[in-house]
Design a binder for this molecule. Sequence first.
Ligand code: NDP
Length: 309
Amino acid sequence: MALLLNFFFGKPDDWKQWFAAEMPELDVRFWPEVGNRAEIDVIACGSLPAGEFKTFPNLKLIISLLAGPDLLLQDPAVPKDVPIVRAGDPNGDTMMNEVTLLHVLRHHRHMPAYAAAQQRAEWINLPRLPARDRKVGVMGLGVIGLAAANTLKSIGFQVAGWVRTARKIDGIDVFVGHDQFDAFLRRSEILVNLLPLTRETENVLNAAAFAQLPEGAAVINLGRGGHIVDADLIAALDSGHLAAATLDVFRVEPLPKDDPFWKHPKITVMPHASRRIEAKPMVPRIADAIRRLHGARPLENIVDRARGY
Ligand code: NDP
């Protein structure tokens, strides 16, 4: 029995020390020093290089260190019968709350337009609205989306969310499924995408969706690059229908030097820099998942392969 950890955040010595304190009996190995592959029964990672998942004959559990399990689900080497659980904080991510608030406030207060006006030495006057008069729409009210939406609500924004399954949330208007998508878009002056990338959500931000947004709306993509049809976004900005966009995620990362997003005057490019994943708090959650795997308690935070998240 051994855990293979393929991390891209935190230092190896820190991880070792935290696991030694949390679960001293656990044999923890660090990619790529795998040792005997037959001894590995749990892998915690964001992904592994192509084909690697097939080389662990006794794999029983995969722990996703990323909020979005899309890379794992797209990997044909990931065995279909091995459960995948998520190791993120079930209460959301404070840095994702910060970055959502940052970009929403930036568009709410027209900062991109003021920055452009400054380049022209032009003293402009744009509408100033209090947050209570601004309608923000959050696509996805999951672990991260709900905490971010609640942060926006606490500032006073009129917040709505779009989800798959109906529920009531105090102070947030919930729109459900395809039938209510257009109504959700029509009221969203600032749109924040925090969906997982699935078969259903791929290309969800396309020309038809942008056309439903109010004139002058702003789009903030914090989900995945595959959610946006790039050419449709540029067309909606160039036509003047959308005022601005902030993109943190892209179909190809790092964004290629010749991508038109870099130089577009209405687009802010962020290099997938929304948060730093906290390694230490993940250790007890990884340990708990391993105890559940070997004990009587059922696994928690399981990724539903059929839904894709
Ligand atoms: P969750 O899996 O906890 O929640 C997903 C949410 O999306 C749920 O509310 C779900 O609805 C909704 N949803 C899924 N499919 C659909 C659909 N077809 N139509 C409408 N709603 C849908 O995810 P998290 O909140 O933890 O994370 C969301 C995503 O944010 C991640 O998958 C990742 O892509 C992105 N992310 C980006 C980061 C960055 O650095 N930019 C960092 C972290 C995450 P329901 O509640 O009804 O199931």
